[in-house]
Design a protein around this ligand. Structure first.
Ligand code: PBG
Length: 322
């Protein structure tokens, strides 16, 4: 149908009309809130690179998690800044590690909240890499056991879901089998399936002190130029037993989300990463963007592309508006 028979503006004439034909809606249920746990007590230090986000000691983290739950947000994802780093990333799987303590405290004090843990080594290794460094290279297979140990220790602390973000090959199989052996066959895995080697992680790395001390992550994270490879990565993770597939970052990779949504029947998550958040915050502070509108538009674009789960630092602010 062409003009003048068809006039698309007819259906845009008023807000209720627009609401009637709206194809996608954002709601608090879609959101996952990332939180940064640090050692200590009473700590709530603003993260410079992420306006409005904080380094939180466990006591304050529990409060933040509760507030998110009260806003209707179903899940948080935890990142930890350990007291010490070493070559084996031992603080990642220590029984009294920072994430383990944070999980236990949230599970004890906050009900009706899914606690997801990020499973990776880069915050815990002194190389700042996501895996074991052998002869100057990030070694795949020797990393798998340490990732599995990390996932198990999170599970033992009470985590409801683990999210491996390391991009080692075969880690979903390895983590799944190890969890099953330890009696955690009920625990879902959200795999960072298509995780790109992105400059948009910059503010996170400043916040989590997890920048690689040499080289970059190009030998394990994906090349931003590739889309079909993401489908291969995601298919692999699905076959290895992932329960949710994640694309990361979100906005520069909406095409990947969209393609994956057509290919998989698993739930799709997208991570609106630190750089995406920081860009909007910075532009808003300058008065160049309307913070709320840009935030909501960026989030609905991720939904429209086909993700049903959005990990975002905007979670509480967005939940208040939807
Ligand atoms: C750890 C990890 C990173 C992020 C989530 N998990 C950083 C990285 O891969 O360098 C990035 C999150 C963000 O930028 O908000 N591997």
């Amino acid at each position: 149908m062409l003009f003048p028979d068809y006039r698309p503006r007819r259906m845009r004439a008023s807000e209720p009309l627009r609401r009637m034909i709206r194809e996608n809606r954002l709601c608090a249920d879609d959101l996952v809130y990332p939180l940064f746990a640090v050692p200590g007590k009473g700590v709530k230090n603003p993260i410079e690179s992420l306006a409005g986000q904080y380094h939180l000691s466990v006591d304050n983290l529990v409060k933040e998690a509760k507030a998110a739950r009260d806003l209707g947000i179903p899940a948080v994802i935890l990142f930890g800044l350990p007291e010490k780093k070493d070559s084996l990333g031992t603080s990642a799987y220590a029984k009294d590690g920072i994430v383990q303590k944070a999980v236990a405290a949230i599970k004890e004090k906050v009900d009706s909240l899914v606690v997801i843990t990020d499973v990776c080594l880069c915050q815990y290794t002194n190389s700042g890499h996501c895996g074991m460094v052998e002869k100057g290279v990030v070694d795949n297979d020797s990393t798998l056991d340490l990732l599995a140990r990390t996932a198990i220790s999170h599970a033992k602390a009470g985590a409801d879901m683990v999210a491996p973000s390391d991009m080692m090959d075969g880690r979903v199989t390895h983590i799944r089998e190890s969890l099953d052996e330890e009696g955690f066959s009920h625990l879902p895995i959200m795999s960072y399936a298509a995780k790109y080697c992105s400059s948009f992680y910059g503010p996170f790395r400043a916040a989590a002190d997890s920048s690689p001390k040499f080289g970059d992550r190009k030998t394990y994270q994906m090349d931003p130029a590739n889309a079909r490879e993401a489908l291969r990565e995601a298919t692999m993770d699905a076959e290895e037993g992932a329960d949710i597939l994640m694309v990361k970052p979100a906005m520069p990779y909406l095409d990947v989300i969209c393609r994956l949504a057509q290919e998989t029947d698993l739930p799709i998550a997208a991570y609106q990463v630190s750089g995406e958040y920081a860009m909007i915050q910075a532009a808003a502070q300058k008065g160049w963007l309307d913070l709320e509108k840009a935030m909501m538009e960026s989030l609905i674009s991720i939904k429209r592309a086909g993700a049903e789960i959005i990990l975002t630092y905007f979670a509480p602010e967005a939940a208040k508006l939807c």
